[in-house]
Design a protein around this ligand. Sequence first.
Ligand code: G3H
Ligand code: 13P
Ligand code: ZN
Length: 332
Amino acid sequence: MSTSYKELGFVSTRKMFQKAVSAAFAVPAYNFNNMEQLQAIVTACLETQSPVILQVSKGARDYADQTLLRYMGQGAVEMMRVQAKKKGLGEIPIALHLDHGDSFELVVSCIESGFSSVMIDGSHLAYEDNVALTRKVVDTAHGHDVTVEGELGVLAGVEDEVSAEQHTYTRPEEVQDFVSKTGVDSLAISIGTSHGAFKFKKGQNPQIRLDILREIERRIPGFPIVLHGSSSVPQDIVAIINANGGKLEDSIGIPEEQLREAARSAVCKINIDSDGRLAMTAAIRKAFASKPSEFDPRKYLGPARDALKALYIHKNREVLGSADKAPLILGA
Ligand code: G3H
Ligand code: 13P
Ligand code: ZN
């Protein structure tokens, strides 16, 4: 049986992106695999009055069970409504999004279970094959009023089982053709961000290619652009992990000022997962080290959830500019 996302209280990303373009901010897209992550995302976004895209990857579906994840998403909308009333806050728009969908069948299964937005990642395919797969997904998704994110260019780093050593930057000369042939609602591009916590060696001077972004923006003005691989790898969090028994390689992520600049431009959606993983790990390691006799999971997952919430509040307010933008999207 097929369930529409509208019955579950999710929204599509269409209006989120229209407002993100006109008011020069980016909507946060945070991944979740478990209850604590979901609680942290939703309470942080409610308290900052930010719209939010809840992302489910293929790995998350395998780990947490696709059916359970959908009900968790639905529960998160209801929790947000109850908390909003209790705290005297406005409600926030929440989208449920498939991250890095790699097949038509996976996309259909997500649409039928209540996702309001899907990504079809054909970026590893030959250009014409990427166009054909993305077009097929768009035709089906739009029939359900579900929005579609496509991708052009390949990010370095690991995503699901696929990894790439080098960036293949998006070619600005292809974007207009891709967008018009496929009918996608947003486009993920490769301009030097990468997945995971090891993006650049310490001492390197990370520079995302804002020049390519500007050229893409010139060719498809006002079209919603997505940045994947946008964790900043906070050095204070890495230090806590390594001071408490961790062995993370010295590395740095995407500087927040560069993300802030991108968010003010055509970039409408910024994907962040690894920073949340680091924040949780740091809090859990600290809890284990400071109270080795503790064995109640709430005593270490609770602090991990608090640390995650603080991280997301910071991102919304200081990096993405999405705080206080919820009323803009829910209003007329
Ligand atoms: O882009 C990848 C996301 O961080 C999701 O990661 O596939 O390990 O769940 P995952
Ligand atoms: P990070 O690994 O940089 O957090 O990127 C996450 C992402 O792009 C999810 O699709
Ligand atoms: Zn990604």
